[in-house]
Design a protein around this ligand. Sequence first.
Ligand SMILES: [Zn+2]
Length: 262
Amino acid sequence: MQMIKGLIRLAQTLQFNILSYWFRHYSRRVMIVSDRPSLIIAPHQDDETLGCGGLITLKRQLGVRVAVVFLTDGGGTCVSLSDYEHEVNLRRQEAIAALNLLGVPGSDIHFLNYPDGKLQNLSASDRQDLLTQLQQLLEQYEAEEVYAPHAKDGHCDHEAAFQLAYTATVSSRIQLFQYPIWLFWRRSFLLQLKWRDLAGAYRLNIGSVSSKKQRAIRIYQSQLSILPFGFLNPFWSSTELFFVQAMPKPEQETLAINARKR
Ligand SMILES: [Zn+2]
């Protein structure tokens, strides 16, 4: 039994790494970083750096304002109250340190502190409150791009985060990008994902800032030791992957968003 579990885990790790490599290196479309103010929506403290660390750094180097909002408090793995408070504080400090390194000042980092693991089960009033907070941040930063986890990222909080981002932006001109974290990790990958879920993949070359992203990832010491073996491999690479849900021009090969005159 143990051997079968080991083989399943090995197959899962191989699937994850092969698909991540293929999409990051062979997606036809190339993304160019725009100078549009952006809001990064992260369910947990580390998703933003793993999924968008290079993008954030490149935008900050251009002088573009990037705000990051964490939806949950990140305390989901704890059992006792004292552990919980320690974990939440630790992850908060790690997030601030990692984002400071990537160029985001503390004033542009926001913690909404909804319960970890419960985003899909928020009460109607909590969900409305969260959407209102997202709307306020979108207005405060005049965000023109939003980055959220992939719609089918294979984690309840991540998929809920996408739905919230979608609801907050669907009736606006804000462009919504999806970043994968657990997408290729899901065991039932071939059964649950349709090709259209993976269409619109853009690869972003972050080679010039990948060492900085790697240093930011290493700040998340509380998470590095508990993530599955082989899971971090794609996130060390010099490419990030984004999915665009609805392309204004489907035939367009390069996503070059015109510079907004300010
Ligand atoms: Zn997460």
